[in-house]
Design a protein. Structure first.
Length: 132
C-alpha cells in the first residue's frame, strides 16, 4: 500500500485528500482504520469545529461544546478497497468558518498491526494554511 502524498494542504471550504494505491487489485475487499494522533508542536491541531457538523455526524460523532482537538475526539477515519480495485481516497472536509486562524493541521496514522500490506505505519499530515 502506498499513498500519493503523505502531506496534503487544503484551504477552508475544501477538503484534505489522500489517494492510496495497491500494487495489485484486491480479490475481496480491503479495509483499514486511520486514527488522528497528536501533532506535538508542529502546528495547531484541527479541532471538532474545523470539520462540518454533517461530516462529524456521518461518522457517529456528536459535535462537542466546547470543541476538542481531533486527536482527543474519539474519531477515526478509514479507507476501503472494493474487490478488483487498486485505488481509494480518504477525504476530510474543512468547514469554511471564515474566522482568522493560524496554520492548523491534523496528524494521522494508518497502522497495519501485522498486515503484510502495511508492514510499517503510514504517517499522514493534513494542513490548512493560516488566514485572516
Amino acid at each position: 500500500l502506498t499513498v500519493d502524498a503523505r502531506v496534503v494542504t487544503a484551504v477552508e471550504g475544501t477538503s484534505l485528500e489522500w489517494t492510496f494505491r495497491l500494487s495489485e487489485p484486491v480479490a475481496s475487499s480491503g479495509f483499514w482504520f486511520i486514527h488522528p494522533v497528536g501533532a506535538g508542536d508542529r502546528f495547531a491541531e484541527l479541532d471538532s469545529n474545523d470539520l462540518p457538523r454533517w461530516f462529524l455526524e456521518s461518522v457517529g460523532i456528536t459535535p462537542p461544546d466546547p470543541a476538542v482537538p481531533l486527536s482527543e475526539l474519539g474519531i477515526f477515519f478509514s479507507i476501503e478497497f472494493a474487490p478488483g480495485t487498486r485505488e481509494t481516497t480518504l477525504t476530510i472536509p474543512i468547514d469554511p468558518d471564515g474566522a482568522p486562524e493560524p496554520r492548523e493541521g491534523v496528524a494521522l496514522r494508518l497502522q497495519g498491526f501485522g498486515d503484510p500490506v502495511i508492514p510499517r505505519p503510514i504517517n499522514l499530515t493534513g494542513l490548512v494554511p493560516a488566514h485572516r
